[in-house]
Write a protein that binds this ligand. Structure first.
Ligand code: SF4
Length: 454
């Protein structure tokens, strides 16, 4: 639906600041951790019949893109990255030694920054060390986010040696004018070549990340970039909106505010990407993902078992996520743990033999219940609230107050509420967070710290 055709009642919702609900409660609710004792207790409580996953954050890049919102820095001498790699190996040992019984790792995810800031040998060394220490299962997914502009042939060979099954390439835009405005020069041929070489190296699945809301972007050049991207048949595409927060990310001052679209323009850009992807045969997944019909994300969505975690949408069912590297967030049955943000503090803790945990949040049974409802809304655009309450051992009326808040949105056409069941129409999927927020009791405190809904 075009912005001009949106019901007038939607406008204030579109401009709200809301979480992306990659977790509930969200990271802004985390509290300072007092030492590592609690983390070690949570870690020892893993279950022998459950798989685990691990996320590794590599906080280095070979270039700085001016839109970047990640924890990263550009390195000039590899010695710094090499020292980081050695510390990472120690950290893997710390977590693995402290962990209770488990059924092996079902999913390893390398993100950043750019994991290809590591040398090919160090990347393979890290992947093998993790596979050994976390007992990687033969059917596991090993995923890596890579910067295609800095991807060497040697690193592509290393992905094969490391057993990488899925690669996410940061494409963002193919428009040369927009690329110059964000300091990320990356011709189509470079992404095309990287995609072909990764497939030849044995990487089974390729994801692309695209963006809207960047300086100089228009619905026309977003549609053109998306159309070019789908000619390479990525298995999944994620479409993210640029969040302009130069008071938090200093390098974003390089982006001229006059070059940024307003909310109507951002909506039209997101719509242009959506229409291009759907016309090319991709299945809409949740808020901002698209996948080919045979991809495991489409299959999980069709079967109602799609999950939402810190990497976005996933089919990974593991209940435990081990955080590796500075700023990484982990998930355990008892709650969330986040590692120290800065590489220096993180490194000092690891080298002293301590888990580098800086923030934590223990979750209550009601948090778990609300998280489950929000996750189903974000994944399925529908939820039977009473059934989720009962599955979590609560009275079916426990969330009636939140259901009433959702019912108040019904008149605006954002959802349909009937006998405790909530459904978000496809036309309102871009503002699904407005409905999910009805179940968020932290929002009155955290709202100002989230980005715009569109
Ligand atoms: S390559 Fe990725 S992580 Fe690194 S600066 Fe660019 S956007 Fe940020």
């Amino acid at each position: 639906m075009s912005f001009a055709a949106l019901p007038a009642a939607w406008r204030p919702h579109v401009e709200r600041n809301l979480p992306r609900y990659t977790s509930y409660p969200t990271a802004v609710s985390f509290e300072p951790a007092e030492g590592e004792t609690e983390a070690r207790r949570w870690l020892a409580a893993t279950r022998a019949d459950q798989t685990i996953s691990a996320y590794v954050h590599v906080p280095f890049c070979r270039r700085l893109c001016w839109y970047c919102g990640c924890h990263t820095s550009v390195f000039h001498e590899y010695d710094r990255v090499r020292a980081f790699y050695q510390t990472l190996r120690l950290e893997v040992d710390l977590w693995a030694d402290a962990m209770g019984p488990h059924a092996g790792a079902a999913h390893l995810h390398f993100g950043g920054g750019s994991p290809n800031a590591l040398s090919p040998d160090d990347f393979v060394g890290l992947a093998r060390h993790m596979a050994e220490r976390f007992r990687l299962r033969p059917d596991a997914e090993v995923a890596a986010e890579l910067d295609p502009g800095m991807l060497s042939d040697a690193f592509i060979d290393a992905t094969g040696e490391a057993g990488v099954t899925r690669v996410s390439l940061g494409v963002q835009t193919f428009d040369p004018v927009v690329q110059r405005k964000v300091n990320r020069i990356q011709p189509f041929e470079q992404v095309e070549g990287a995609t072909a070489r990764l497939r030849r190296a044995g990487v089974r699945a390729i994801n692309f990340d695209l963006m809207y809301g960047l300086p100089g972007q228009t619905p026309e050049n977003v549609a053109a970039s998306t159309a070019a991207a789908v000619t390479l048949r990525p298995d999944r595409v994620a479409v993210f909106g640029y969040a302009h927060v130069p008071w938090m990310k200093k390098h974003q001052v390089m982006i001229r505010e006059a070059d940024l679209a307003d909310v109507a323009g951002r909506w039209e850009q997101a719509e242009a990407a959506d229409q291009t992807l759907v016309a090319a045969g991709y299945v809409r997944i949740g808020l901002d993902h698209y996948a080919l019909p045979g991809d495991s994300l489409s299959v999980a969505a069709a079967e109602g078992v799609l999950r939402r975690n810190f990497q976005g949408y996933t089919d990974d069912p593991a209940p435990v996520l081990v955080p590796i590297g500075p700023s990484s967030i982990g998930r355990f049955a008892e709650g969330f743990l986040q590692n120290a943000i800065t590489t220096d503090v993180w490194g000092r803790e690891v080298e002293a033999g301590r888990l580098p945990v800086a923030r934590r949040l223990a979750v209550t049974a009601e948090d778990e219940l609300r998280a489950a409802v929000i996750e189903r809304l974000m994944c399925d655009l529908a939820v039977d609230v009473g059934a989720v309450c009962q599955a979590h051992g609560f009275d079916p009326s426990t969330l009636d107050g939140s259901i009433a808040a959702a019912a108040a949105l019904q008149a605006d056409g954002l959802c349909v509420v009937e006998a405790g069941r909530i459904r978000i129409p496809a036309a309102a999927s871009r503002v699904m967070r407005v409905v999910a927020a009805c179940f968020d009791t932290c929002l009155p405190v955290t709202a100002a710290r989230h980005a715009r809904a569109v």
